[in-house]
Design a protein around this ligand. Sequence first.
Ligand code: GAR
Length: 208
Amino acid sequence: MRQVTPPKRLRLAVLASGRGSNFLAIQEASQNGQLQADICLLISDQASAPALERARNLGIKALFIDPKAFPDRDAYESELVRHLQGEGIDFVVLAGYMRLVGRVILKAYQDRVLNIHPALLPSFPGLHAQRQAVEYGVKYSGCTVHFVDQGMDTGPIIRQAVVPVEENDTEDSLAERILVQEHQLYWQVLQLLAEGRVYIEGRKVYIV
Ligand code: GAR
């Protein structure tokens, strides 16, 4: 069993493709002192992502890096890693980043890439997790924070929050209630990491 990181104030980079509400929730926890970490960089693969504007308004360095400007994923990710290492980033936090992370980032940041997914993994990976849950008819869904590996939403699970599914739920109404939990769960996991309380062995994550 190995400790993921010893206690320290963490330097975070957020990767986001969209609106960035999880980014904002983490930033708020950092600002109000609940989270011993600083978001030092936000990177988006979408020029129009509201997350970019939101970061800039908060004075956080925000970069749009266009995957299409690179010959392949390795080259694109090498550019990301150059920026991440340039900022001395400890953890890469995926927050609505709609792209599979590949070997270049995972090699540079082994056990240091986190993702939040709006379902209780391993159920409903991939796109439209909330719609999948409603259509399947499960009684409980929720959200999962996990380490990222090469698969789609398959890495070791750190923590989950459960959200009951109501009979009249739509994709949107369920997503809204799950999002409330996401906004608490993500910074809480990051705080556990900052406190040096997260250990990993194989697929299993232990909080001590
Ligand atoms: C969140 O619900 C997050 O869990 C989900 O995208 C949304 C991003 O919202 N991520 C995935 O589905 C990843 N598979 P945000 O941009 O407001 O944080």
